[in-house]
Write a protein that binds this ligand. Structure first.
Ligand code: DC
Length: 218
């Protein structure tokens, strides 16, 4: 196993931006594991499976085929049963669905297996909720990138407004708090910062400073 870099943290903490920059600087692939949980939610929706029907979601994960591919420009694509679902992953419904389907042990075990296969073949930067505690526990490079819920909601709000989309701060904050609770209180492999993981609180930090803090360690 190559010494990959694991970055965990709650929704909206800037993990993926930080992870992408580090991957670009080190010239290694970036694996967004949240996208894989989101793809399971998309598959559930297509098959008419309710996100919170744990038995049906467990059956579904055994029936679908998921592949991660990279385009020539390095963009990550997720294929479910051969179909590229990447364009469907970033809606509020799918964010919430991904958080719900990620509670199912069969889903976590299958995706963990796929993620380890990727890290087995090459050194990567991987971000998610259980990378340091579960997927790559032996890597020495473990980080937990976080920020206050209010700051995360504020960043998301600004992002939506700047891209001309409708946004309501209170709704965004409520969604973030609900997802934090689901992700950190689920029974199986919840989100937490392990004792051997470096915690980086970006509430009063820029993305560049967070990138520097990680690069200084690796
Ligand atoms: O990082 P994201 O917002 O795209 O992740 C969507 C959901 O997927 C998140 O709320 C919980 C789940 N997830 C997980 O349980 N474990 C991971 N390694 C990544 C994501």
């Amino acid at each position: 196993m190559k010494q990959s870099i694991g970055i965990d943290g709650p929704a909206g903490a800037g993990k993926s931006t930080v992870a992408k920059r580090i991957a670009a600087i080190l010239n290694i692939p970036y694996l967004d594991t949240g996208a894989m949980y989101r793809a399971v939610a998309v598959a559930a929706k297509r098959h008419g499976v309710a996100f919170d029907d744990e038995a049906a979601v467990a059956t579904l994960i055994g029936a679908i085929d998921m592949k991660v591919r990279y385009s020539e420009t390095g963009e990550q694509h997720i294929l479910v049963d051969g179909e590229d679902v990447t364009g469907e992953l970033r809606t509020e419904e799918i964010s919430q669905g991904a958080s719900l389907v990620s509670r199912v042990p069969a889903v976590r075990d299958r995706l963990t297996e796929l993620q380890r296969e990727v890290a087995h073949e090459q050194r990567v930067v991987m971000d998610g909720r259980d990378i340091c505690t579960n997927v790559l526990p032996d890597t020495p490079y473990k980080f937990f990138v976080t920020a206050s819920a209010e700051e995360r909601a504020n960043r998301r709000y600004k992002q939506l407004i700047e891209s001309g989309q409708p946004a309501e701060y209170e709704t965004i904050l409520a969604d973030i708090i609900r997802r934090d609770k689901q992700d950190s209180e689920r029974a199986y492999k919840p989100l937490y910062c392990g004792a051997d993981t470096k915690r980086i609180d970006t509430t009063e930090m820029t993305i560049e400073e967070a990138v520097e803090a990680i690069l200084a360690e690796v």
